[in-house]
Design a protein around this ligand. Structure first.
Ligand code: SF4
Length: 439
């Protein structure tokens, strides 16, 4: 691969989108490192002469961010600041022919299942023996564990199956091997991810096997917290609740995007569930694991969401009091089932509905946080910024949930270490506290 600069090539990998993309970038970087390539992740000097952009193609805003990032580096290439620009990931998988036409300065575009070819243009060989090994980009004490790729669900609004393909589970023994490698590197917290975590095993074991996987992972020495992200409501494997209840390593935490509550909207979204079933499922969670923190995601402004239906959604959010909640405006995505519907909710109404839901949630979160004041929680600390250490309880996932903040001028906590923290004050999305014991 001919490049203008005489010094050794430096490959800068830039990741956009979700934790699954982070995982894929880490696998790519692990392969490049094993080929003795000088590879960095989102280099703060931004002086890599070769750039690989791992894009997101999920919804409007994410696509925009990916295109702007590609244009940014294509521009740097034009200015001679960068020699090569390669693009991979979901946007490239979904729009390769258009991108090749629209932004021809990019040296090559790759899909989401194209790692060996991407490595080839980077003069690296794909090393099978590295399966389960990667260069993690998260703080040294936690890592994502992708347990499956793709999705078989028919959700009307979602383009992910178009970009990620069919659901493919990774066998339990492979995941245990990977967890063991991570634990030996000092990882204490595993965050389990997939497009649909609860579909795990249906392809390779012909049954929902998430509970079996969890029972295998809790045996991995060194792993202390296992967190579940991206569960799906319909066909939820209730045996997972038993494992969560009985196994202290499984965080009492569940991320389950529910998207909506109105039965007609859920039907149009092809979610395979109803208002009543959804309410019933949440009740089952709270009966089985009363202290479980439930995180969900909602889409507002979906075609046909009248003011009345939106009132139903708001009332349900107020009544359910989720511990963590995110809301997004519906994005009309071509080639999805919903693309044939009329996108009848104006953008400004969608945005207004997102703010209304988040307003309700911030009040709920504030009230729930007040109940934590005076109590002590096992926490792990991720970073120090300025005069403060930032950590999390088992009820908080990195980057999306509450921070536990400790004043570094008065206290010292070691990053990556478990510490008991007494909560002294609480806001809507953060807690302040004092360390009381190192664990
Ligand atoms: S479960 Fe539904 S929303 Fe999630 S990735 Fe699959 S199709 Fe998309």
């Amino acid at each position: 691969m001919r490049t203008k600069s005489t010094k050794q090539n430096k490959i800068n990998v830039v990741t956009l989108g979700c934790s699954k993309n982070v995982y894929d970038s880490e696998v790519l970087m692990g392969q490049l490192k094993a080929n003795n390539k000088n590879v960095v992740h989102e280099d703060e000097n931004d002086d890599g002469n070769i750039v690989v952009i791992n894009t997101c193609g999920f919804i409007g805003k994410a696509k925009e961010e990916s295109i702007n990032t590609i244009l940014h580096y294509a521009h740097k290439k034009e200015n001679g600041e960068v020699d090569k620009v390669f693009v991979t990931g979901c946007l490239s998988e979904r729009y390769k022919p258009d991108l090749e036409k629209e932004i021809p300065d990019v040296d090559a575009y790759f899909g989401t299942h194209d790692l060996p070819n991407l490595l080839k243009v980077l003069e690296a060989d794909y090393k099978h023996e590295l399966l389960g090994e990667r260069l993690t980009t998260t703080p040294k004490h936690y890592a994502y564990l992708k347990i499956a790729e793709g999705c078989d669900r028919p959700c009307s609004f979602c383009a992910i199956p178009l970009m990620r393909g069919k659901h493919v589970s990774t066998p339990i023994e492979k995941l245990v091997e990977e967890a063991d490698i991570l634990a030996k590197k000092g990882i204490k917290e595993l965050i389990l991810i997939a497009q649909d975590l609860t579909y795990y095993g249906l392809d390779i074991y012909k049954k929902r096997a998430l509970a079996d996987l969890l029972l295998a992972l809790v045996k991995v020495e060194g792993i202390e917290w296992i967190r579940l992200h991206y569960a799906f409501p319909t066909g939820f494997p209730l045996d997972v609740l038993e494992v969560m209840k009985n196994e202290p390593k499984i965080c009492n935490y569940l991320d389950i995007p529910l998207q909506h509550i109105n039965t007609e909207i859920l039907k149009s979204m092809r979610r395979g569930t109803t208002h009543e079933k959804t309410v019933g499922l949440i009740e089952k969670f709270r009966e089985a694991v009363p202290e479980m923190a439930i995180r969900t995601t909602l889409i507002v402004g979906y075609p046909g969401e009248t003011d009345e239906i939106f009132e139903e959604l708001k009332d349900w959010v107020k009544a359910t009091r989720f511990d963590r909640l995110g809301a997004f405006a519906y994005s009309h995505e071509e080639n999805t089932h919903a693309a044939s519907l009329i996108d009848d909710v104006p953008e400004e109404v969608k945005e207004k509905r997102v703010s209304e839901i988040m307003e309700i949630q911030s009040q709920i979160s504030f009230e729930l946080n007040q109940e934590k004041v005076g109590k002590t929680f096992k926490c792990i600390f991720d970073r120090k910024e300025g005069n403060y250490f930032f950590g999390r309880t088992e009820f908080d996932s990195p980057d999306v949930d509450n921070d536990v903040i400790v004043d570094a001028r008065e206290h010292y906590v070691q990053l990556g270490q478990f510490v008991d923290v007494k909560i002294t004050e609480a806001g809507d999305f953060d807690l302040q506290g004092e360390p009381v014991a190192v664990l």
